[in-house]
Design a protein around this ligand. Structure first.
Ligand code: THU
Length: 138
């Protein structure tokens, strides 16, 4: 799948962000190796800490459906209206990526539009990350 299409799906997911507290809307589209795409948005909570980021929503949807192998994720974020800046994944979301993705090949695409985006590997986003292979049986 083209980056442009993955970004379009992240922009679509962002429209469903539930953000009554921060008003910061994030959308993600996670591409599995088999071509399936899982969309996610951030979901906030009155108690604040149960808030879930868009990226983790996408990962947890996918993994709960039996998906384990991923190729790329597109992320868009910003206040109401078109995104104006690049929204990078938080540290917790990077760690969740580390659990399921190959740091050298998994692509993290941060976008402001279908045309304007930056792409990095997970390893570039999370150098020296701790993952399953660091544990016995990983
Ligand atoms: N947020 C995400 O959805 N993804 C990130 O990687 C960073 C932060 C959300 C959480 C919260 O709903 C809002 O953005 C402001 O932090």
């Amino acid at each position: 799948m083209e980056n442009k299409e993955l970004i379009r799906l992240a922009l679509e997911a962002r429209e469903r962000a539930y953000v009554p507290y921060s008003h910061y809307q994030v959308g993600a589209a996670l591409l599995a190796k088999n071509g399936m795409v899982y969309q996610g948005c951030n979901i906030e909570n009155a108690a604040y800490t149960p808030t879930n980021c868009a990226e983790r929503t996408a990962f947890f949807k996918a993994v709960s459906e039996g998906e384990r192998e991923f190729e790329a994720i597109a992320i868009v974020g910003g206040y109401a209206g078109a995104p104006t800046g690049y929204a990078y994944p938080c540290g917790v979301c990077r760690q969740v990526m580390m659990e399921f993705c190959d740091p050298k090949s998994f692509r993290v695409i941060t976008a402001v539009s279908e045309e304007a985006y930056l792409e990095k590997t997970l390893e570039e986003m999370l150098p020296h990350g701790f993952g399953p292979s660091d544990l016995n049986g990983g």
